[in-house]
Design a protein around this ligand. Sequence first.
Ligand code: AMP
Ligand code: MG
Length: 370
Amino acid sequence: MKRFFQIVALGAAVIFCCGCGYGSVGVGEKHDGADGKEKVSVWRYTDTAMGTVIQQSLYTAGEDAAKEISTEIIDYLTGLERDLLSWRLETSETYRLNASAGSGEGYLLSEDMTALLQSCMELQEQSGGAFDVTLGTVTRLWNIDQWAAGRMEDFQMPSSRDLANALDACGSHKLALETEDFPQSGLAERTLAFLPEGMQLDLGAVGKGHALSGIQILLEQTPEITGAVISVGGSVLTYGSKPDGGSWKVGIVNPFDTAAYIGILTLQGQWCVSTSGDYERYVEMDGARYHHILDPATGYPADSGVRGVTILSKDGMLSDGLSTACFILGPEKGMELAERYGAEALFVLKDGSIVMTEEMGRYFNGACSQ
Ligand code: AMP
Ligand code: MG
């Protein structure tokens, strides 16, 4: 197993753009080069979508292109939530899929949802069940999305009996995906999902990472944009290059002091970086912290000695899914899982030490603080 342990005095991991300082909408400035040609400038936008903060740094010569693509990206994210991912909005495929639970009739999946669920089920298997998007009944019992909305006063500790009942409805092995030939539709095949009675999907662990792939396609279709760093909650996409050929810097937040970084990742070109941490969404009661990453074995917040995990991968769904899975698995099993997927992992442990895969060490510089 290729890995090394590094002891650092500070603690550990959400990710933002180190040194990027996002300001208000459209704070970029246009500069003309000495030859009269427009120089590429950075244009920064901050918005909300998918229930989180979206920060965009777009490198292009003209503000028009930057404004246009930034609006397209926000529209895309809003549509993704509305049409695919939300379990609350009746318009979304996840909502309708959940509503079909127990009907015995298969729900016809879109191609996007088929690919996403297949990847989730593979990750569930590879992680030994630590990662499980069928935990919807349990995440709702904890009321996690209310904490994110700041309504923490409503927090009630679920009873162990309610948790046991909710867990009964979970388990990816009970979710059947059946792919069959379907020439009538003009498609070669179609996939149906069969959810047993009571099962509810929650794609919160992969949605933001999955969105990075769609954003990347939008950027690729816009040649005026030569480089970009886009953060969707705890997942960051780097794309293209800086005008001066410099590297992208992605900061990893210190879980022990979330106003500071434990270090930065120095990256060239396209990457996806996702972080899962116990400081992102949590409530505190009677001196105990209850966070949003749940152990499917117990239904309680995972306690694997980890405070934050950062994953580096070329694929956004994987970086996001693996960060959640690795948080639950802890450093030993987590690094094995990440390496099986060809991804790099960095863990900040409860004792303040930092553990990472060997390759991650090539990108990580622990000297940075805000
Ligand atoms: P993340 O912040 O990417 O680690 O995702 C955490 C979110 O994923 C939570 O807010 C839940 O909606 C969901 N979740 C919690 N525990 C799990 C789990 N064990 N497997 C899959 N999704 C989970
Ligand atoms: Mg995740």
